[in-house]
Design a protein around this ligand. Sequence first.
Ligand code: LLP
Length: 447
Amino acid sequence: MPFRDVDVNEQGHMIIGGCDAVELARTYGTPLYVLDEDRVRQACRAYRDAFSRYYPRGLAVYAGKALLTTGVCRIVAQEGMGLDVVSGGELYTALAAGFPPDRIYFHGNNKSVDELRLALSEGVGRIVVDNLGELELLEALAREQGRTADILLRITPGVEAHTHTYIRTGQLDSKFGIPIAGGQGLAAARRAAESARLRLVGYHCHIGSQIFDLSSYEAAIVLMMEFLAEAQRATGVAAKELDLGGGLGIRYTAEDRPPTPEELVRRIADVVRQEAARHGIAAPALALEPGRSIVGEAGVTLYTIGFVKRIPGVRTYAAVDGGMADNPRVALYQARYEAVVANKANQPRLETVTIAGKSCESGDVLIRDLEVPPLESGDVLAVLSTGAYNYSMASNYNRFPRPAMVLVSRGRHDLLVARETYADLIRHDRIPRWLEEPAGEVAEAAG
Ligand code: LLP
């Protein structure tokens, strides 16, 4: 059984956001990303409500790396969230959507001069400075533009969250942030506090992603609050804000039991207050940067089943019309997903199949051993919890055009992203001058 009951209509079709999934597949084609607007809004509200209840000086800042389009920016802005961007491209997307710049947090471990100039001239709310080199560069650019900027220093507290190595970031041996260890954090804080152009608003840390164990946050807060107290003594400047990053896990399978945003916020609120009191410093305003837990479970990917290959006594493969190009997470992180046959959503699951993608890689398998009703070519498969880090990490491997994405809400559906065309695939291709002769003449010219 899938980890959650999906809604089913009288034809036995799965429903998402009040829309028949099989109809969506027919209307927009497959593969198709479907995003349930109301679930996104509910997740935003879960953070907002939790902050207003347990820590009113708290802001949820959506991490756009999970899924960013101009339409998604609109939803997040309407929900009163901040927005974490990590590149000029994400910043451009947010600005193009009219996202309020003062609610944008700009991250990145190697921001370019152009990216920093854009952030300064657009007046983004916080630049999260990742290292000393960036601090110096940002100060020089701010001086050049005659501006000042509000910054957070990204600190690596040295905490290991229990998650996949590639999505773990808070430990000492990391390309991100300034380590507390060896006094580097304090040196950066001193340097920032002296700056005439940069206002040191506070500190940031991010310990990892798909985290289920809240004690990882607790450990990070204990270290960060101790650092805040030391930095205040060293610089004379009290941190106004502590940004604890993102990372709350979601349900991909029945075994996943993540804490809720409410549980997370309540726990961090308690620990921050307790540690502030212990060190005799003012409790800072808090920020969290949830990405996956805002959009992950709100997304479903629809595929059409193509060929079904039965190898007697070994395995049955059912191939879909997408795979690692639209969802690289399985190949990259051994991520696990569950799925429902959308046009047979209320039929008993009597068969076990392995869902193969259509990329030219043996490793392109989306789901192993999925229980399904007897499958036929043309069935529509709905893979659940694909809202985060699927579209945003999709590629054109094998020159597959990237799928469309549709937003659904209360029976309405409309495009968030149009399907790429073959023409899009060659749009940026160029033929170097010396290859311009028609193909037949090349052999002669060379000979
Ligand atoms: N803030 C910072 C500074 C981050 O580095 C990240 C994620 C987030 C917030 C959001 O974390 P979330 O709430 O989504 O866990 N591609 C991987 C995930 C990489 C996450 C990188 N940083 C995946 O598909 O699992």
